[in-house]
Design a protein around this ligand. Structure first.
Ligand code: HEC
Length: 133
């Protein structure tokens, strides 16, 4: 093989190497961009759905009333009153029960199937009630 041909091959090989790494970099950039778009829309969606509606929450609280009271004021010393509690705290605690980060066997069955929207509605309902005297 002539020296000229060998050189040409080496150049072509180097060029292929470069274009291949460029393709990989471009692909990574596209993937990152898509992933960020995805994250952004997830955040927007979460913010949009996190607004609780007290009226819907009231309807969903029918079961909870058995323990936490119709007006969110409990009569059992082991069951907390929820009326007038901070909304964000309620969201955090209900999700903690639902996701089994806070363990309580009496609470779990009532919250384990709640969606994030249900939780936001329930929290808005209880937060809006007058606190216990
Ligand atoms: C069978 C009785 C019972 C029912 C029904 C019930 N809970 Fe509870 N709930 C409890 C008990 C008991 C606790 C206290 C748990 C503990 O000691 O950690 C609690 C705690 C909570 C807390 C935490 C309060 C705090 O100060 O940290 C929230 C919020 C809550 N419940 C919301 C709800 C919602 C919303 C529902 C209905 C979907 C519901 N509960 C249904 C018994 C009940």
């Amino acid at each position: 093989m002539s020296q000229h041909k060998v050189n040409q091959r080496a150049i072509r090989f180097r060029f292929l190497g470069w274009s291949r790494s460029l393709t990989v970099v471009a692909a990574l950039l596209v993937i990152t961009a898509l992933f960020r778009l995805d994250l952004d829309s997830a955040v927007v969606q979460a913010q949009a759905t996190l607004k609780g509606d007290p009226e819907r929450g009231k309807a969903k609280a029918a079961l909870c009333a058995a323990c936490h009271g119709v007006a969110g004021v409990s009569i059992n010393p082991l069951w907390p009153s929820l009326a007038g509690q901070q909304e964000q705290y309620l969201v955090k605690q209900i999700k903690a029960f639902r996701d089994r980060e806070r363990e309580e066997i009496t609470m779990q069955p009532f919250v384990e199937n709640l969606s994030d929207q249900d939780v936001a509605d329930l929290a808005a309902f209880y937060a809006g009630l007058s606190p216990c005297p």
